[in-house]
Design a protein around this ligand. Structure first.
Ligand SMILES: Nc1nc2c(ncn2[C@@H]2O[C@H](COP(=O)(O)OP(=O)(O)OP(=O)(O)O)[C@@H](O)[C@H]2O)c(=O)[nH]1
Ligand SMILES: [Mg+2]
Length: 460
């Protein structure tokens, strides 16, 4: 089914030192031979495989030099796609790579679809579906931690666990079938005991994976943390302090920030998607008004709120409004500007938001940032997360399959308790097995596969 040869630019667009055109498929090496002329070898295929070879890409129609390149070919099956692969390192910048790609396409390759190289690696059996998904996660990882998680998944740690669980299920199915085929009282009794024990193990192991989903979501998307407060309390100063750069404009004019500012940052191993917002107040300014509305909307999707108050002034209506909006949310309270004489009555805040941690801070004196970072970590992880030895489920698709599988095995266990017939139990066990198979791609439909690879970038 993969008889054609595909090609694409594998590097990001824009000016750079090099740009790579990648070709994969049966004709990859032939195509390269038509275009490449080496300094020491006539054709690329005469050079040693897996070694960069210096030469030129020449347009066969005109004989013109198109670019000076380093090219390499790798023979199937030990390649990314398991097919013959050629990579041509051109000069970076859009023109050289584009011209080389055009020649490759004119000479027998077809433009690759999004994710098609990785899709081939999957269809040819080199990696499973969860590993293919890990490739994409790796590319789009925004923090070291989410990168580590993706790397684990790419190595196949999740796949291995899923396979092991599925093997237990197969074993259960074998027991069940023997009992159905040879219905004898004592065999049946043994079977019930055996599949009950195995069913519990399956349940526990699926549950353990599901328990990581929340952490996984945070690692993948970043903990969405919204900085909220009335104007001029120091929200943007906080963003800048946490980022350790002057990202947002800070002035003493209330209403400075009008749009949403988002930045990714890693705090003690927790990836945060930090969002600075427009100060909450009643305003007639149309731009600011939209900003205030957006800030409020953001609250619905926030994992955490950092509410900032100005300790150097008495609390106002606007502060109480902020307290009201966050009282049922996961939040940390920051009493800022404590370098100035304190006028805020902390007890009033404590009364309203008693369950939340209140931290005294000063952005000009860099006070309270450490405590804030530690509080954050303690709120979301007990101690530092050790990614290396844990499998963490970061993918929504995997979570959904695991949830279905957990329900299946739960029902099977209930059916066992109720002493239902083995046929009934068998159905649930089979469903569980096939739902888990969706994760690795063993039992997944073509539509889903297409959908997954559509999210990839071209050239991967
Ligand atoms: N003394 C003192 N001044 C601070 C502190 N934090 C911020 N400021 C000052 O307060 C003013 C407002 O700070 P911003 O960070 O722009 O406040 P904001 O909450 O983002 O304001 P808006 O964007 O208008 O909602 C600036 O002049 C800051 O320098 C602090 O801890 N102590
Ligand atoms: Mg601001």
């Amino acid at each position: 089914m993969n008889n054609d040869t595909i090609a694409a630019i594998a590097t990001a667009p824009g000016e750079a030192g090099i740009g790579i055109v990648r070709i994969s498929g049966n004709n990859a090496i032939d195509i390269a031979d038509k275009l490449f002329k080496g300094k020491r070898v006539e054709k690329l295929s005469e050079a040693e495989q897996r070694k960069l070879t210096y030469g030129y890409i020449i347009d066969p129609k005109t004989g013109d030099k198109v670019d000076e390149v380093l090219a390499v070919y790798m023979k199937a099956p030990y390649t990314y796609t398991t097919e013959d692969v050629v990579e041509i390192n051109c000069h970076g910048g859009s023109i050289p790579v584009r011209k080389v790609l055009e020649l490759v396409l004119e000479n027998g390759a077809r433009m690759a679809e999004r994710g098609e190289f990785t899709k081939r690696a999957f269809l040819n059996g080199r990696i499973d579906l969860s590993q293919a998904e890990a490739v994409m996660d790796l590319i789009s990882a925004k923090t070291d931690t989410s990168y580590d998680v993706s790397l684990n998944q790419l190595e196949g740690k999740l796949s291995k666990e899923v396979r092991e669980i599925r093997n237990i299920l197969l074993n259960m199915l074998a027991h069940i079938e023997v009992s159905i085929d040879f219905p004898e009282e004592d065999i049946e009794q043994v079977t019930y005991e055996e599949i009950k024990k195995q069913g519990h193990e399956v349940y526990d192991r699926i549950k353990k994976l599901l328990d990581t989903v929340n952490t996984g979501k945070i690692l993948r998307e970043g903990l969405k943390t919204v900085i909220l407060g009335k104007p001029n309390v120091g929200k943007s100063s906080l963003l800048n302090s946490l980022l350790r750069e002057n990202r947002a404009i800070v002035t003493d004019v209330p209403g400075t920030t009008r749009d949403i500012i988002e930045e990714y940052i890693n705090i003690k191993g927790i990836p945060l998607k930090l969002v600075d917002t427009a100060g909450i107040r009643q305003t007639e300014d149309i731009v600011e008004k939209i900003g205030v509305e957006r800030a409020k909307e953001l609250l619905n999707t926030a994992d955490l709120v950092i509410a900032v108050f100005d300790a150097s002034r008495e609390l106002t209506e606007e502060d109480f409004h902020v307290m009201e909006t966050i009282k049922d949310k996961k939040a940390i309270v920051l009493l800022n500007k404590t370098d100035l004489p304190v006028k805020t009555d902390e007890n009033v805040i404590r009364e309203k938001l008693g369950d939340k941690e209140i931290i005294k801070s000063s952005m000009v004196k860099e006070k309270g940032i450490d405590q804030l970072e530690e509080t954050l970590r303690d709120m979301f992880f007990e101690g530092e997360v050790k990614i290396s030895d844990n499998i963490i489920v970061t993918n929504v698709r995997h979570r959904d399959s695991l949830l279905k599988a957990r329900n299946n095995i739960h029902e099977a266990l209930e059916a066992i308790e109720l002493g239902m017939t083995l046929d009934c139990i068998e159905v649930d066990v089979k469903d569980c097995w096939s739902n888990l198979g969706e994760i690795t791609g063993d039992t997944v439909s073509e539509d889903i596969i297409d959908k997954i690879f559509k999210d990839f970038c071209i050239g991967k």
